[in-house]
Design a protein around this ligand. Structure first.
Ligand code: FAD
Ligand code: NAP
Length: 338
């Protein structure tokens, strides 16, 4: 069913109240194909937008186009080797449901990514990551539908060009495809990754003596639930900005003026927590009207009730400029702006 001038507040975790010129859901690729043909005859100014759980987007104005919500379901085993099970997951399945399903089946590899909101179909878009793991670690391939060529296309791990909160779907192929299913390569034997942050302390606190993927997942669920604002309680889209990555010489220069600057070194370079930069600039806990910076997680911008997307965006812009003038570092938004 097609809804015109449809309210989007229930479909984005920022709880921004705005409208889509036209809104429809699809639960099969055929239905998506039909909708794309129909919208070609009834176009609006903006291109069609595929929506998952709306947990990584900010609407700053009414969307003058079609919004197509992915409700493709189903999880099935495609095959296995001695080491791996290959599991295809419909793009409209909730990511965390897939994680729980994997744990129930003893498939390892997704446990560190427990409780990330949103759909499986969106998980490759920014190569979701948390607690030292990324989707690319369990990714095998995906099926996508080219919205304009009307064709089904497969993408391999290499073709997705995953990076830190990046993929080809945020760059070269932005808004070109609907990801209809993702096939994950799950391990039969777990390789535990508990070194990150407070996972080990949490496992100890829970009295875990024998590691299991369920125990790691439970520990992460517990840490996340205690640290992160629940979008059901207060509108947000998780981390608003990416952590900036600088090279050695930039870091040495920064360290001269800011000797206490926290940092983590990985293959991409030296990562500086954006939360720290924002806090240093005095934004932690800031509130103007209903738009604010979370009092415990300065990387998370929040809507306390009726903030508009433009107000949240303006706040993010003031933060970008402040961090730029104080540290000479440009923060980049992780959240997709529409
Ligand atoms: P949406 O917000 O609906 O869409 C995001 C983008 O992907 C849009 O551009 C949309 O057009 C596109 N898109 C969505 N589905 C498809 C599809 N099937 N085909 C093509 N394009 C599509 N992210 C992390 O990486 N790590 C975290 O730990 C994390 N924690 C979070 C915690 C909270 C409390 C919140 C609110 C968010 C968090 N996020 C995190 C961000 C977010 O959950 C992820 O980016 C998630 O993958 C977004 O999924 P979604 O279905 O909600 O996507
Ligand atoms: P945290 O553990 O307090 O860490 C703060 C920041 O420092 C993180 O952004 C993290 O970078 C970095 N960091 C900490 N320990 C690290 C290590 N051992 N190696 C490399 N980098 C390290 O962060 P948090 O806010 O509670 O979040 C915990 C995890 O969940 C993080 O991985 C975070 O990315 C993820 N998360 C993501 C979102 C989102 O919307 N994208 C929202 C909530 C939580 P990384 O972010 O690169 O890990």
């Amino acid at each position: 069913m097609i809804h015109y001038n449809h309210q989007l507040r229930p479909y984005n975790t920022f709880h921004i109240s705005t409208t889509a010129a036209a809104f429809a859901t699809f639960d099969s690729v055929d239905q998506l194909q039909e909708l794309m043909l129909y919208q070609k005859q009834h176009p609006f100014e903006e291109n069609p937008l595929v929506l998952g759980g709306g947990s990584n987007m900010l609407f700053t104005k009414p969307y003058n186009g079609w919004i197509l919500k992915n409700e493709l379901k189903g999880i099935s085993v495609l095959g296995e080797t001695d080491e791996f099970v290959f599991v295809e997951c419909g793009g409209g399945e909730l990511w965390h449901d897939f994680v729980l399903h994997s744990i129930a089946n003893n498939w390892a590899g997704a446990e560190n990514l427990s409780l990330i909101p949103g759909c499986a179909g969106a998980s490759p878009i920014q190569n979701i990551g948390a607690y030292g793991a990324e989707i690319k670690d369990v990714f095998h391939e995906l099926q996508a539908f080219h919205l304009y060529d009307n064709t089904a296309v497969k993408f391999s791990l290499e073709e997705c060009k995953f990076g830190y909160r990046e993929s080809v779907f945020k760059t070269k192929f932005k808004s070109q495809f609907a990801i209809t299913s993702v096939t994950f390569r799950m391990r039969k034997q777990p390789v535990f990754n508990t070194k990150y942050g407070a996972i080990e302390q949490q496992l100890e606190k829970m009295g875990v003596t024998q590691l299991s993927i369920k125990a790691v997942s439970d520990a992460i669920i517990s840490i996340r639930s205690s640290k992160l604002p629940d979008p059901q309680q207060v509108g947000n889209a998780g981390s608003f900005f990416k952590n900036p990555v600088v090279n050695n010489s930039q870091f040495e220069a920064l360290k001269l003026n800011h000797p206490g600057m926290p940092h983590f070194t990985d293959h991409a370079g030296i990562k500086i927590p954006a939360a720290w930069l924002i806090e240093q600039c005095g934004w932690k806990g800031y509130r103007k009207g209903d738009a604010g910076v979370h009092p415990h997680q300065p990387l998370v911008l929040v809507n306390y009730g009726n903030a508009s997307g433009a107000e949240i965006y303006d706040l993010s812009e003031a933060i970008v400029q402040d961090v730029q003038s104080r540290f000479g570092i440009t923060l980049h938004r992780e959240v997709n702006i529409y």
